[in-house]
Design a binder for this molecule. Structure first.
Ligand code: BGC
Length: 465
């Protein structure tokens, strides 16, 4: 997934000369011990430290997260995890039949017709995908767009996926990847937009009502929305359809969030998948860059974990840190793809990494400086992976309680997990560090068909006798 447009404008261009060994007109603040530098090494170390979370701090994050889970489940004041009931169980693996799946919540919207064949098997019969924003042409997720425009766009995509068919009845599962309050599997009200989405007239509304109205406007009453699930729930259902002992589903992409199967061992509620909205977790060691980014975002104070870890924000965090290092105002608008490019450069002179950074900052750097700037990018990424791992550990431990540790799968989907270098490696590493001997029992699996397959499964599960 390509990231959405940058969060903040580019800072005013800074031109304070070159880097180590190339003293071209540096401003006085960049003089250190008589050597002209592109940036101050001490300041660099300070900034890098701001993105470093050691093992003890990580353990504390896992413990605090676990405590917040309990508080959130009990609806206690002060809990930052919403712990939303999904009213979905786990699939039996025997689900059969053809269903429509709508996947809304990232950069692209997708509609698919999926044939479930049981035993974890399925076939995609048709697929349509469109971006929600086409620069200069349309933008359905900005504050200028209305609910009607957005849902008409979704209905048109579904229409394409069914080739304009108005005869066949289709049950539709809808993966809607935002915090929603549900009263049953099909009734989900958007609580608040996240990921910088801002379309008017959707917050507080029942999303499948908006969808049904749009379908009716196109005369598509043969398409019947029957289930709404979060994308994390979709990942969990899709993975559980294929592998028994999967209880945790997670998205690590434009946004970040995790769900898990809660069996309410005390019998207080029926077992269900809980959409934690873990991106909202708020008890974390924030750096000043996290605070800057938060203040500049659409919803200051909200989604504090997500703003430290997800693809929508990683590049911006780096841009904030870099602007501080280089003495510029504002935030350089890096995307997470550019961040990945910086990290990927394995050449000794870090020329490719330098080119990405130089294009944004208008400054040139020596090879040694470029290596440091790459280190900083790595620190931003590694912190993200470690925090996400700590949340998984908390959930695993919560589920385990006093019981024996169970062999299990954790299903993850998303461009950051899949494509950003070092993320999967450090996530695994942090999981091993925190889980010690039990780590061997936890397998992380990539489930990248989740959003659509999960939606089809959710629709199928409504037909269970
Ligand atoms: C949303 C979640 C979603 C996650 C991943 C977050 O911004 O609040 O509902 O699961 O993004 O798409």
């Amino acid at each position: 997934q390509a990231p959405l447009p940058p969060l903040t404008r580019s800072p005013s261009p800074v031109s304070n000369g070159g880097g180590w060994g190339e003293p071209i007109g540096a401003s006085p603040q960049f003089f250190l011990g008589g050597v002209t530098m592109g940036f101050d090494r001490e300041k660099f170390d300070e900034i890098k430290a701001a993105f470093t979370i050691d093992d003890d701090a990580l353990r504390k994050i896992a413990d605090d997260f676990r405590a917040d889970m309990c508080a959130g489940l009990a609806g206690k004041e002060g809990a930052t995890l919403r712990m939303l009931r999904s009213y979905a169980g786990l699939p039996s693996g025997k689900e059969h039949g053809s269903f429509l799946a709508l996947d809304f919540g990232g950069t692209n919207v997708r509609a698919q017709r999926i044939l479930l064949k049981g035993s974890g098997e399925y076939e995609v019969l048709s697929r349509v995908a469109k971006p929600l924003t086409l620069p200069g042409v349309y933008d359905y997720v900005s504050a200028d767009a209305t609910a009607e425009e957005l849902f008409d766009f979704l209905a048109a995509i579904i229409d394409e996926a069914i080739d304009g068919n108005r005869e066949t009845k289709y049950l539709l599962g809808h993966t809607f990847s935002f915090p929603s309050q549900q009263t049953n599997l099909n009734n989900a009200k958007l609580i608040v937009w996240t990921k910088e989405f801002a379309t008017q007239g959707v917050e507080g509304k029942v999303v499948n009502d908006l969808l049904k109205e749009a379908l009716a406007r196109r005369g598509m009453t043969n398409v019947v929305p029957v289930a709404v699930i979060n994308d994390t729930v979709a990942v969990l259902l899709a993975a559980a359809y294929k592998h028994e002992h999967t209880y945790i589903g997670s998205i690590y992409a434009t946004g970040q969030n995790t769900c898990y199967y809660e069996d309410f061992a005390d019998g207080s509620e029926p077992p269900t998948v809980i959409n934690m909205e873990s991106g909202g977790f708020g008890h974390l060691p924030f750096s000043k860059y996290d605070d800057i980014l938060d203040q500049e975002s659409e919803q200051p104070g909200a989604q504090r974990l997500e703003k430290m870890v997800s693809g929508r924000y990683l590049g911006t965090l780096y841009g904030a840190a870099l602007a501080d290092l280089l003495g510029a105002d504002g935030v350089y608008p890096f995307s997470s793809i550019e961040l990945s490019e910086i990290i990927t450069d394995a050449h000794l002179d870090r020329h490719a990494a330098g080119a990405v950074i130089e294009a944004k900052t208008g400054m040139t750097f020596t090879a040694a400086e470029r290596a440091l700037l790459q280190e900083l990018a790595t620190a931003v990424i590694v912190r993200s992976a470690r925090i996400v791992a700590a949340t998984y550990v908390a959930i695993i431990q919560h589920r385990m309680g006093e019981n024996e540790f169970e062999n299990q799968f954790v299903a993850v989907d998303g461009s950051v997990y899949e494509k950003v270098p070092l993320v999967a490696h450090h996530l695994r590493g942090a999981l091993d560090t925190l889980l010690l001997d039990e780590a061997v029992n936890v397998k992380i699996i990539l489930e990248n068909a989740g959003s659509a397959l999960g939606a089809a499964l959710a629709a199928a599960m409504t037909t269970r006798k």
